[in-house]
Design a protein around this ligand. Structure first.
Ligand code: WQD
Length: 341
């Protein structure tokens, strides 16, 4: 079987990607430190695909553990690297944790990947590398701007590290996927987004408010230069995003990549405001949402949505699911984990 390592494979995007890899016949090995996920996710994955992926609990900040893992798995033909801390606000308060957990670990993984007979590497990046882009929609050639947070900086530096290695080691074949805003859950409602503590992101806060876990959603700012005054983002269904990883991996395995370091924006190409997301939720759930306007949140950009031409025409991937599909799947997931009928 074609064995693929997925680091952070029990996380939100990682778990959905494992499902799509298994659907495509890949053998998946997951390493995860369970710092922001749980073993229940493994049951969720196997309940969907009927296949329980191999799992090893490893803290990849421990270089020796990473080396031992790879010496035990020399038949890995590709690595999809999700494992990282990803809370923007937290990264401002704990920069050293973010630089250690997101960058030291990337170096340790890459040091092993380059030694594999088949060094195919997919990196989880983010539209945060663009900051507030000048032009919409955002293309991959938009300038990478000074990061607004240590989290965003680790994504920028991460891409630079990979690019520097690719320049001197043609054995390493890499693709960086710059996600816009991943939302939603698997249609089975057996896996989804499970933020620890108070959700920082919009959609889990919406579904937790509707489920009664939160009193009221605060809409951070309604005085932005947008159609309705609230920020605009490109909300992509996590299943579409997961499938993009499989397409990118196959591109490398089949040698279709045009250089050994490529970047692609992964979004829908559609900008939606916060109020439009709320309206979509109310439409699909049949519930009105309790929300109020609140002051702007530090660090938010006014709008960000993807130019998906390169992903569509070159990568050969196109999002298929709508905002309503994503909001309904998010709500079904929330109802499932809260035992709401
Ligand atoms: C979306 C919009 C908020 C919460 C972040 C990371 C990005 C990526 C996705 C990892 C904004 C508004 C939010 C709330 C609100 N993560 N909002 N009330 O900030 O666009 O992107 O998550 O890669 O890197 O930066 O997503 O969901 O936090 O916010 O009004 O309670 O919703 O102001 O306009 P964001 P988000």
């Amino acid at each position: 079987m074609k064995k693929i390592l997925v680091t952070g494979g029990l996380g939100f995007i990682g778990s959905h990607t494992v499902v799509e890899l298994q659907n495509e016949g890949f053998e998946v090995v997951i390493i995860d430190d369970l710092s922001n996920s749980s073993l229940d996710v493994l049951d969720g994955i196997s309940s969907i695909t009927g296949i329980t992926p191999k799992f090893e609990k490893i803290d990849i900040k421990e270089k020796g553990k990473v080396q031992t893992f790879f010496s035990d798995h020399k038949d890995i033909i590709g690595v999809i690297h999700f494992a990282a801390s990803k809370a923007v606000g937290e990264s401002v308060l704990k920069p050293l944790h973010y630089y250690e957990n997101n960058l030291n670990t990337l170096v340790y993984i890459l040091q092993e990947v380059v030694g594999l007979p088949s060094s195919n590497f997919i990196f989880s990046s983010s539209c945060t590398v663009y900051g507030q882009a000048e032009h919409m929609p955002i293309t991959e050639s938009a300038p990478v701007q000074a990061a607004e947070s240590p989290y965003g900086n680790t994504k920028q530096i991460g891409e630079e590290i990979i690019n520097d290695v690719c320049k001197v080691d043609s054995n390493l074949q890499a693709i960086s996927l710059r996600y816009f805003n991943p939302i939603g859950a698997h249609p089975s409602a057996k896996i989804g987004e499970l933020p620890l503590g108070v959700p920082q992101n919009l959609v889990p806060y919406i579904t937790q408010t509707a489920a009664g876990l939160r009193d009221c959603l605060s809409v951070f700012g309604n005085d932005y230069a947008t159609s309705d005054g609230t920020c605009v983002r490109d909300y992509i269904h996590v299943v579409d995003l997961a499938k993009a990883h499989v397409v990118a991996l196959k591109r490398l395995l089949e040698g279709d990549n045009r250089s050994n370091f490529e970047t692609f924006n992964i979004g829908t190409g559609i900008g939606s405001s916060v109020l439009e997301v709320i309206k979509s939720f109310e439409n699909v759930s049949g519930q009105s949402l309790n929300y109020k306007f609140a002051p702007r949140r530090e660090g938010d950009v006014t709008e960000a949505y993807a130019d998906t031409k390169k992903a569509n025409d070159i990568l050969g991937w196109q999002s298929q699911l709508t905002l309503d599909d994503a909001m309904l799947s998010a709500w079904n997931w929330e109802k499932n984990i809260r035992n709401i009928k």
